[in-house]
Design a protein around this ligand. Structure first.
Ligand SMILES: [Ca+2]
Ligand SMILES: [Ca+2]
Ligand SMILES: [Ca+2]
Length: 483
């Protein structure tokens, strides 16, 4: 009996020492911990302390087989202090609704159904520097949640969504910033549903199934993200979005717009994906200044997509540089470098597109593949540069003497002798010098009806007249050479 009591006491002391040594005071709350409206913590013995009813600091790990923490008080900070809020696969790690100005920081949140959820009319939240892992959904913002930020979090291995902004009606989650998070190993890195005017910037989005998806979501900005080893950025029925300066590599597709209009895609690096940039049934978008290289299938592909502008992009070393398919019409493709692709540009059942001022120099000189649907290949005085053009330029105006004939419905009447680079190179000889100035002064004062009119010299506004502004633009580039 004495030995049994001794053993029991030793065990008690040992366990007590271990608990003190590791400062582990687990709360196995079958229930949930509440931060009540009056500032109290319920249950009172939960490992959370506060001195001012503003900052609530975890003092130990918490395990819950229901919801973890429910915030019922506005204007507070929950600081995890590096401790872990551990779930058992259901419930929500930290939840609040109709509360303003709540900050959640430095908390490890794992194994819940949802890691963090803030609901209806909860503005000014800050979700900062947390580890949110192994939940079904990492961070969820729902209806009417405004002016909140999700930044600097590690959001990893959440089964469905890393970050999910959702709502069932408009206006929805508006004006939220999602910045500088690491988001990995989810089905969807970031998903916006019916969510407008949000900013997604500077995130590392890696090894998810999909990187960023917008559905029915307008006026969002997606910029400066690194998106690797997922599907890249996908827009579905989403308009007026800006996708700028992202680095999208080793994804299945780089950027995919489906039924999405009036968006601007600029300054992105879209490399080493299967498809670079794809538009399906999407109109009036601007695709400009992107680097679209080394994609194994298409560089830029338009399917049943019209009235888009594709300009000033480097489209190089893809299988197909530019691909227009299924009644893609009235698109303007201008000023692009389309080089070293297996095929430069291919058309299928697509007409009335304007292709001008591009530079075509592709593998085995397969610059164009076309199927007798007519398109426009020059602007009346200048067309494109073709690496396989063999004509001469007897009058030295930079335009070849003979047209570049693709088929009888597709003719570049004004093929350029050298690649088009800047308007100031009036005679297209790859240097801006006195010869260009002379071309402009020779046409000075002319309008299109004048005998000495020279359309190549009309490089600056007002267009339709050669005047001092054309000379000023030219001389401002004086001495410049390609490249
Ligand atoms: Ca000529
Ligand atoms: Ca020149
Ligand atoms: Ca002018």
């Amino acid at each position: 009996m004495k030995n049994i009591v001794s053993a029991f006491l030793v065990t008690v002391i040992l366990v007590g020492t271990l608990v003190m040594a590791f400062d582990v005071r687990p709360v196995r709350a079958s229930g949930t911990i509440y931060i009540r409206t009056d500032g109290s913590i319920d249950p009172a013995d939960a490992p959370i302390s506060t001195f001012d009813n503003v900052t609530y600091v975890l003092t130990g790990n918490i395990t819950s087989d229901a919801g973890g923490i429910v915030v019922q008080r506005s204007n507070i900070i929950v600081d995890g202090n590096g401790y872990t809020l551990q779930g058992t696969g259901s419930g929500i790690g930290i939840y609040w609704s109709v509360r303003k100005n709540v900050t959640i920081r430095n908390t490890n949140i794992k194994d819940f159904f949802e890691g963090i959820r803030k609901d209806y009319q909860s503005a000014d939240a800050r979700i900062v520097g947390n580890n949110v892992t192994n939940n079904k959904c990492g961070v969820a913002l729902s209806s009417f949640t405004y002016y909140s930020s999700i930044s600097g979090n590690n959001i990893e291995a959440n089964v469905w969504y890393g970050i999910w902004l959702d709502c069932v009606s408009v206006p929805t989650a508006s004006g939220n910033n999602i910045t500088n998070n690491d988001i990995t190993n989810s089905d969807f890195g970031i998903w916006l549903d019916w969510s407008s005017s949000n900013s997604i910037s500077g995130n590392n989005i890696t090894d998810n199934q999909d990187g960023i998806i917008l559905a029915y979501s307008d006026h969002n900005s997606i910029s400066g993200n690194h998106i690797t080893n997922n599907y890249g950025i996908g827009l579905y029925c989403s308009n007026y979005n800006s996708i700028n300066g992202n680095n999208i590599t080793n994804d299945y597709y780089g950027i995919d717009l489906d039924y999405s209009n009036y968006s601007i895609v600029s300054g992105n690096s879209i490399t080493n994906n299967s498809d670079g940039l794809e538009l399906n049934c999407s109109s009036s978008n601007i695709i400009s200044g992107n680097n679209i290289t080394n994609n194994s299938n298409y560089g830029v592909a338009l399917f049943s997509s019209s009235d888009n502008s594709v300009s000033e992009n480097d489209i190089e070393s893809n299988s197909f540089g530019v691909f227009l398919y299924y009644s893609s019409t009235y698109n303007a493709i201008s000023g692009n470098t389309i080089a070293d692709n297996s095929y430069g540009i291919e058309f299928c059942q697509s007409s009335d597109n304007t292709i001008c001022h591009n530079s075509f120099d592709n593998v085995r000189q397969t610059n164009v593949i076309i199927d007798q649907y007519p398109n426009i290949w020059d602007n009346g005085c200048e067309g494109n540069y073709w690496s396989d053009y063999t004509g001469t330029d007897s009058d030295g105006d930079g335009v070849g003497d003979m047209p570049y004939v693709i088929d009888r419905y597709n003719v570049d009447n004004c093929p350029l002798i050298n690649r088009y680079w800047i308007p100031a190179d009036v005679n297209n000889d790859l240097i801006v010098n006195i010869l260009d100035v002379v071309k402009i002064t020779g046409a000075y004062g002319a309008t299109p009806l004048s005998p000495h009119w020279n359309p190549h010299a009309d490089i600056a506004k007002p267009f339709g007249k050669i005047d001092i502004f054309d000379i000023v633009l030219c001389t401002s580039h004086y001495g410049q050479e390609w490249p």
